[in-house]
Design a protein around this ligand. Sequence first.
Ligand SMILES: Nc1ncnc2c1ncn2[C@@H]1O[C@H](COP(=O)(O)OP(=O)(O)O)[C@@H](O)[C@H]1O
Ligand SMILES: [Mg+2]
Length: 244
Amino acid sequence: MSNSVALSFQNVTKNFGGLTAVDKVNFDIRDNEVFGLIGPNGSGKTTVLDLVSGLLRLSSGKIISYDKKISGKTSAQIARRGVSRTFQLVRMLPTLNVKENIASGGVFGFRRYRRKELDRKVNYMMSQVGLTGKGMLPITMLTYIDQKRVELARALMSDPKIILLDEWLAGLNPTEMKIGINLISGIRYEGRTVVVVEHHMEAIRSLCDRCIVMNSGQTIAEGKPNEVLNDERVISAYLGVGNA
Ligand SMILES: Nc1ncnc2c1ncn2[C@@H]1O[C@H](COP(=O)(O)OP(=O)(O)O)[C@@H](O)[C@H]1O
Ligand SMILES: [Mg+2]
C-alpha cells in the first residue's frame, strides 16, 4: 500500500445556517485501523460520517482517501471509491425480504455484481454475519440484532475498503454486544478500515486502535482509548461540566 492513510480530514467544516456542526476538524485514520468517533449527543459525529459518505457537502476543508480527494464527489462516486456505511437508525426496505435487502447493497458501490454472482455473494454475506437460513424471512419478522446483521451485510456487499458504522452496537443487550464486537473485529481482519461512532465505552476500549473525542463540533482529544477516556477534557465534556 503506497499510502497508509485511509481518510484524512483537513480543516473539515460543516455549517447548518448559523450552527457549526463540524468545526475545522483535522485528523487521519490509518489503513486497516479500527477508529472510534466518540462524544456527547449533538457533538457532530454523524455529520462527520455524512460528510465522508457524501450525504452532505462540506462547507469548507477537504477529505482525502488514499491520496484522492473525495469531498465534493457524489455519494455514488464515493461509494465506488470503496466507502460504505450503516445508519444510526436502521434503514431497511420493509417490503423486501432479508436476501433482497442485503442484495440492495451490491447494486451501487465499490463492487457490483451480475445476477448469479449476486446470489452467491448474498449467501456468503449471510453466513458471515450469522443469518444463514433466514434469507426468505420478511425484514419485519427479524429480531433487532438480526436487523443489525442485515444492515452490516448490506454495507459489506460492495466489498468496501472503508466501512462507517454509526452507533451500530446501540440497543444491543450484553450478549448481543459481544457478538457485535466480534463481527466488527472480523471486518477489520478482512483488511478493511473500520470507523465506529459509539457510546459504549467498553466497546470502544475493546475495538478501537485509536479514537477522537468531539465536543460541539471540535475534536478535543485524540489517541488510544485508554488515554483519551481518562483525559479531563473528555470527562468534563461527558459530564457537561464547563461544556458550552
Ligand atoms: N441536517 C441538519 N440540519 C440542521 N442541523 C443539523 C443537521 N444535522 C445535524 N444537525 C445539528 O448538528 C449538530 C451535530 O449533530 P450530529 O452530527 O447528528 O451529532 P451526533 O451524531 O454527535 O449526535 C447538532 O446540533 C444537530 O442538531
Ligand atoms: Mg449521531
